[in-house]
Design a binder for this molecule. Structure first.
Ligand code: PGA
Length: 241
């Protein structure tokens, strides 16, 4: 299964949600699944308009209900007609202190609720410069693999140095790292059915190299996903191989 995921983060598309959804829904073909991830308050709106595309939340609680001010339970996300949730994004890890153990609990609760998690993993430049990429990523995979069963899940490789920086991984680097990640998934999870995406400054300009050489099953797109035309150019590129 191939994916193009639009992570709006804490933004809305300048063209407006309704026109954006009309354009994106109208352009769907069957080479890849599109998933739109708006901020929480817009999940229901977007889900109501999501004809032929899926919707994701950008985060979820590791609890299913209770006294957790400001948190949103996976069951509440499901109730909005949403089937995916992005978890472990590096902005959650870095800015909000989410560690592997918490992310593993979130993934477990999300899966029990019937959401498909999109688990984000990735290294910073310090780790890459130290030659520790494979070890680091396999630890991130292991933390989740050891805590959850084998329901549907998607993994997104998102090198921190590439997110929002305009500096994407090349197709070759992506392929090399994707091989390490697939090896870790096979080793710790005994799975070979997990779609592996790339995220980090993907644009219509650099997508071709990533599609042809990146050895991945799709993209998690931030900045470029706010523009329906740019996002569709990335989605369409996935259909060309
Ligand atoms: P970017 O974000 O495409 O703006 O680099 C990707 C992401 O954070 O998912």
């Amino acid at each position: 299964m191939r994916y193009a995921i639009a992570n709006w983060k804490m933004n809305l598309p300048p063209e407006g949600i309704d026109p954006y959804m009309r354009v994106v829904c109208g352009a769907q073909r069957d080479h890849a699944t599109t998933v739109i991830a708006p901020p929480f308050p817009f999940l229901r709106d977007v889900a109501a308009q999501a004809k032929g595309v899926e919707v994701a939340a950008q985060n979820a609680s590791d609890h299913d209900k209770g006294a957790f001010t400001g948190e949103v339970a996976p069951a509440m996300i499901r109730y909005c007609g949403v089937r995916y949730v992005i978890l472990g994004h590096s902005e959650r890890r870095q800015l909000y202190g989410e560690a592997d153990a918490l992310i593993a609990r979130k993934i477990a609760v999300a899966m029990e609720t019937g959401l498909t998690p999109v688990l984000c993993i990735g290294e910073d430049l310090r780790v890459r410069d130290a030659g520790q990429v494979a070890v680091h990523l396999s630890e991130q995979v292991h933390a989740v693999a050891s805590a959850v069963g084998s329901g549907p899940i998607v993994v997104a490789y998102e090198p921190i140095w590439a997110i929002g920086t305009g500096r994407n991984a090349s197709g070759a680097l992506c392929a090399e790292t994707a091989a390490d990640i697939r090896q870790a998934i096979a080793r710790f999870w005994s799975r070979s059915d997990v779609p592996l995406l790339y995220g980090g400054s993907v644009t219509p300009e650099n997508v071709e190299d990533l599609v042809v050489n990146g050895a991945i099953d799709g993209f998690l797109v931030g900045g470029a996903s706010l523009d329906s035309a740019k996002f569709l150019a990335i989605y369409n590129a996935l259909g060309r191989t």
